[in-house]
Write a protein that binds this ligand. Structure first.
Ligand SMILES: [Zn+2]
Length: 257
């Protein structure tokens, strides 16, 4: 399996602490083990507060049922080469089953943690909209709560390869929104066709755990609500000791034609 130079698209070779192509473009491998394609800006990707809240929330296990479902799909389809797009700290990536795994994210902080704690995956710091892989070279791509890089996904998947797309479903976080806002609606779910791919399966996985105060605050800070909620909503959340909250996800499986 090849990783390509993001500049000239020639194959990269490992040379000590760097990856280089035949045109002498070189990229650093961080001491934690991830390959850094982002040579310019010092920071990119999710904000630290969001990453910390997400890690804390995930460690409490509320999303374990979703992770189990995703892992079971990788066990069922047994991909040879898999790439998890916008993998964050590798919470899902780490346990996915594949002969060769890649994880891509733009956050240095998240990838430091991911590559320290998961030696089964090769992590790459780069944009999910410019994947450093040859055409038709991957058996499976996953995207969990992240923007859809549909053109790149369709390009890098082998014919018959699968794309697992996980996004919030209608009831996701409904009760959290009830704390934060006067009027609450269910999330609108639309069908998403992807050119060159066929949707072969779509289903929901849901749970409604009782989430404690600290868990609610983490959830608040890891979602867009942490940015867009006013003072009143924040105060109500501060005064909530626990709440049953719907965790509702839609899993769509696409196959490359
Ligand atoms: Zn190059």
């Amino acid at each position: 399996m090849e990783v390509l130079c993001p500049i000239c698209h020639k194959k990269l070779f490992l040379q000590g602490k760097q990856a280089c192509c035949e045109n002498r473009h070189s990229f650093d491998i961080a001491k934690e083990g991830y390959l850094n394609f982002n040579r310019h800006s010092a920071s990119s990707g999710d904000a630290k507060e969001l990453i910390d809240a997400r890690r804390s929330f995930l460690q409490r296990g509320y999303y374990a049922f979703l992770k189990d479902e995703i892992v079971s799909l990788t066990e069922k389809y047994q991909p040879e080469v898999l790439c998890d797009l916008a993998c964050g700290e590798g919470y899902y990536t780490k346990e996915m089953k594949a002969d060769k795994k890649f994880g891509i994210d733009l956050s240095r902080q998240a990838l430091r943690y991911a590559s320290k704690t998961d030696k089964s995956t090769f992590y790459l710091l780069t944009s999910i909209f410019e994947l450093p892989f040859p055409d038709e070279s991957l058996d499976m791509v996953t995207t969990i709560f992240a923007p859809l890089a549909d053109k790149e996904i369709a390009r890098v998947l082998k014919k018959g390869g699968l794309f697992l797309y996980v996004r919030p479903n209608e009831r996701h976080l409904y009760e959290l929104k009830e704390i934060l806002y006067e009027r609450v609606r269910e999330n609108e779910i639309r069908d998403i066709p992807i050119e060159g791919m066929e949707k072969v399966k779509e289903y929901a996985v849901s749970s409604r755990p009782l989430i404690d105060h600290d868990g609610l605050l983490d959830l608040f800070h890891m979602t867009p609500y942490g940015v867009k909620t006013g003072r009143e909503g924040r105060e109500k959340l501060e005064n909530t000791s626990e709440k049953g909250v719907s965790l509702d996800f839609l899993i769509s499986i696409y196959q490359k034609l």
